[in-house]
Design a protein around this ligand. Structure first.
Ligand SMILES: [Zn+2]
Length: 274
């Protein structure tokens, strides 16, 4: 998918990041300074009027497909719930250099952070990989720490990707419609590490959301921040049902295989899960 003209303006994009941050906080997935959001934009957009402090930076790894693009990303230590009230103080904008290895960080004089988010390498890598694979001109990535999903990943059985998806997609018909490839699962990896960045890119090639065991999730959308946040909400709601059922002695039926099949056929969902 790609966004068509007339392209959204900076103010609209900043507002959508703020709104996404508030929704992530509303579902308790952004305690303290946990969680981060970024979008990459592949059309000309006026940035410097709001973000006019200029600094040259080295990118954590090459992002050759984003040369000349803008990536708007949350600052390290900032709170997702605070972005809406003052986006320019909480967000930085990186114009990716023509070499794909360096960038220009544009910030506001009111900037409240030293560095970009600790997961900046994962955000950048997923954007670059998705743009290369799909040709989209817009991409949003959201990292949150929803407690029911994170809790389930502490149970060894739920770190099996097939098991997790089968267990979670059975609670509401919407879940398989919105997450037709299920939920990717990674083992625990150090936050911000190269290993997490690489495994995360790999999993988000086939999934719209991936669970980082004992930590949180990352979701993506080529439509909007809202859509990426929706994916976290659907997965977390499913995990809450699953947790309720475990606590209640697994007495619930869940959607049966036939009921799931009926949903998949009625809504023409391309999936291999049922
Ligand atoms: Zn985190």
């Amino acid at each position: 998918m790609a966004i068509r003209e007339p392209f959204p303006e900076l103010e609209e994009i900043l507002a959508s990041i703020g709104e996404g941050g508030q929704r992530i906080a509303t579902i308790d997935a952004a305690e303290g300074a946990a969680g981060n959001i970024s979008v990459c934009i592949g059309w000309p957009i006026e940035i410097r009027r709001r973000f006019h402090v200029v600094e040259e930076i080295r990118l954590p790894q090459r992002a050759a497909h984003l040369a000349g693009w803008y990536v708007i990303v949350s600052g390290s230590g900032r709170r997702l719930r605070d972005i809406a009230a003052d986006p320019v103080a909480n967000l930085g904008v990186v114009r990716i250099g023509d070499d794909g290895a360096t960038g220009t960080l544009l910030t506001s004089p009111r900037r409240l952070f030293e560095r970009l988010t600790t997961e900046w390498n994962s955000h950048l890598a997923v954007h670059d990989d998705t743009v290369a694979r799909t040709g989209t001109n817009f991409h949003a990535v959201v990292h949150g720490q929803p407690p029911h999903l994170a809790y389930l990943s502490h149970l060894p059985a739920y770190r099996d990707e097939d098991w997790l998806s089968r267990r979670l997609l059975r609670w509401e018909p919407e879940t398989i419609i919105n997450l037709p490839a299920g939920i990717g699962v990674l083992p625990f990896m150090l936050p911000g590490s190269q290993a997490l960045m690489e495994a995360n890119v790999q999993s988000l090639r086939t999934h719209r959301i991936v669970l980082w065991s004992k930590h949180g999730v990352m979701s993506r959308s080529d439509v909007s921040v809202t859509r990426a946040v929706d994916r976290i909400e659907y997965a977390e709601t499913a995990a809450r049902y699953e947790y309720m059922d475990l606590v209640n002695g697994e007495r619930a039926e869940g959607l049966t295989h036939d009921e799931m099949r009926a949903v998949v056929e009625a809504f023409d969902v391309k999936t291999t899960i049922v």
